[in-house]
Design a protein around this ligand. Structure first.
Ligand code: NAD
Length: 490
């Protein structure tokens, strides 16, 4: 199977600023490669301060016009963008598989998932209500309206090249904000194709601006946005250390922040769980995108009496997974994003084995497939001295920890600075209430491994960040409440 596109014009190598496509100011480029083969797919603009500043200039100029459009008109453009994304599903999926490595079926799923946020926020755009506050004093009328915060800077990771950026751009545009965006250096092509489709949908010039950059240049470009008082908000998805850095730097101009950061999700299997359902839920939550998702279970806690049974059932399912490049129609697990990612996974597994873990399945690099492949792995006898407990592994590794009772499971599950997702399986309804209430996480899966939806509020607590994407709450991060008090009415 080839990854050639039907619409070659969706491969964009230039920045999109003020409705124009142009290379970086100094002509610099960097290579985007296919993680399955390490071959270069395209050279794209390597943007710096001048390009970032030009994007902000355009977004600031476009803001009043976009803000003052009727919400209905903004919604119409979002609907057209949604239709174009859906119509170009196959090309977007191929582009995504090429630069990110995930199997094509997953890429197609991500296009549908990402597009659903555009449709959702097109609908939400026309329901941004304010309040007429019940009268408190004669002759005075008090009201509150919601206004767009202004220019928003969106910075996104590589693991969901389409969904992560759409989850930011769609609510920002719906709220009436204009956007400057920088996708991850590993996966800029999908994002740039989305910008091309937004332009085709009739988005006015300057409302959405997108620059690509290598890691080093991207830091410089984003630094300009962080310092610029015209950028009123930063919305970021990525690792916790980078999120903290952005929060510190954004403090200089007191920008608003939404931070969707790293996770270290616990997945608890109680002895009264339906074990087959728990295995199926874990397979979905753990192995999607090769284990490279922020909501991936990183620590699997299994109650002692069902530990061996669960481990064996899981090992059977994991051993049957097909690993291969996205061009392989049967592939369920693709390559990891880059050499650094595979090295981290190998380090976690090797360290665990040294500290007493046993490999049931996998536990090795698949160099016969390419440099970036790692075998889906199940480890037993994991313990809390291992790196899984302190770091996000971000790979297809399922370490099984043993616990004795509910209190211990909760203590272990919450013993992390992260708080994004948590999952548990039990058939006891009283336990469901107790455990769901005590887990320190922004998202809880109860007898369910697939939790994401455009209709649900997604986000973390603790060092997994703040802000919510999707749902009726998803617009709040892009809106400021203005209170107006009108006097002299008596
Ligand atoms: P990353 O933090 O390394 O990079 C994310 C983005 O920030 C990239 O665009 C990168 O170029 C940019 N960046 C990096 N350093 C920067 C700096 N100093 N200044 C400005 N920008 C900088 O993360 P990643 O490796 O691309 O993505 C994986 C991480 O993202 C994981 O921790 C994962 O859990 C997290 N993630 C979280 C969510 C969520 O919704 N909470 C979703 C997906 C991924």
């Amino acid at each position: 199977m080839s990854l050639a596109l039907t619409r070659g014009d969706l491969i964009r190598r230039h920045n999109f600023i003020d409705g124009l496509w142009a290379g970086a100011f100094d002509g610099a480029c960097f290579a985007v490669s296919n993680p399955a083969t390490s071959e270069t797919i395209a050279e794209v603009a390597d943007s710096g301060t001048v390009d970032a500043r030009a994007a902000t200039d355009a977004a600031a100029r476009a803001f009043p016009g976009w803000r003052d459009m009727l919400a209905r008109e903004r919604a119409e453009i979002l609907r057209r963008w949604h239709a174009l994304i859906v119509a170009n599903t196959e090309d977007l999926a191929r582009l995504m598989s090429m630069e990110q490595g995930k199997p094509l079926t997953e890429s197609r799923g991500e296009v549908a998932y990402g597009a659903s946020y555009v449709a959702w926020f097109a609908d939400e755009a026309i329901r941004i209500y304010g309040d007429l506050i019940p009268q408190q004093q004669r002759g005075k009328r008090m009201s509150a309206v919601k206004e767009p915060v202004g220019v928003v800077a969106a910075i996104t990771p590589w693991n969901f090249p389409l969904a992560m950026i759409v989850r930011k751009i769609a609510p920002a545009l719906a709220a009436g904000c204009t956007v400057v965006a920088k996708p991850a250096e590993d996966t800029p092509l999908t994002a740039l194709a989305l910008a091309a489709l937004a332009q085709e949908a009739g988005l006015p010039d300057g409302v959405l601006n997108m620059v690509s950059a290598s890691r080093a240049q991207g830091v410089i470009a984003v630094a300009d946005w962080l310092a610029d008082p015209r950028v009123r908000k930063i919305t970021f998805t990525g690792s916790t250390p980078v999120g903290k850095h952005l929060a510190r730097e954004a403090a200089g101009t007191l920008k608003r922040l939404s931070l969707e950061l790293g996770g270290n999700a616990p997945f608890i299997v109680f002895d009264d769980a339906d074990l087959d359902a728990a295995v199926t839920g874990l397979m979905a939550a753990k192995f999607r995108n090769g284990g490279q998702t922020c909501v991936c279970p990183n620590r699997i806690y299994v109650q002692g009496s069902v530990y061996t049974d669960f481990a064996n059932r899981l090992a059977k399912r994991v051993a049957a997974l097909t690993v291969g490049p996205a061009t392989d129609p049967g592939a369920q697990i693709g390559p990891m994003i880059n050499a650094r990612a595979v090295d981290k996974i190998a380090r976690h597994v090797d360290e665990a084995v040294q500290r007493g873990a046993t490999v049931l399945v996998g536990g090795r690099r698949l160099t016969e497939l390419g440099a970036n492949f790692y075998a889906p792995t199940v480890l037993t006898d994991a313990n809390d001295d291992m790196l899984f407990c302190s770091e996000e592994t971000f790979g297809p590794i399922a370490p099984l920890f043993r616990f004795d009772d509910e209190a211990q499971a909760l203590r272990l599950a919450n013993a992390t600075p992260y708080g994004l997702a948590a999952y548990f399986y039990t058939q006891d309804v009283r336990r469901i209430n107790r455990v769901a209430g005590q887990l320190e996480a922004g998202v809880v899966g109860i007898n369910e491994g697939a939790v994401s939806s455009e209709a649900a509020p997604f986000g973390g607590v603790k060092e997994s960040g703040y802000g919510r994407e999707g749902s009726k709450y998803g617009l709040d991060d892009y809106l400021a409440v203005k209170y107006m008090c009108q006097g002299g009415l008596n």
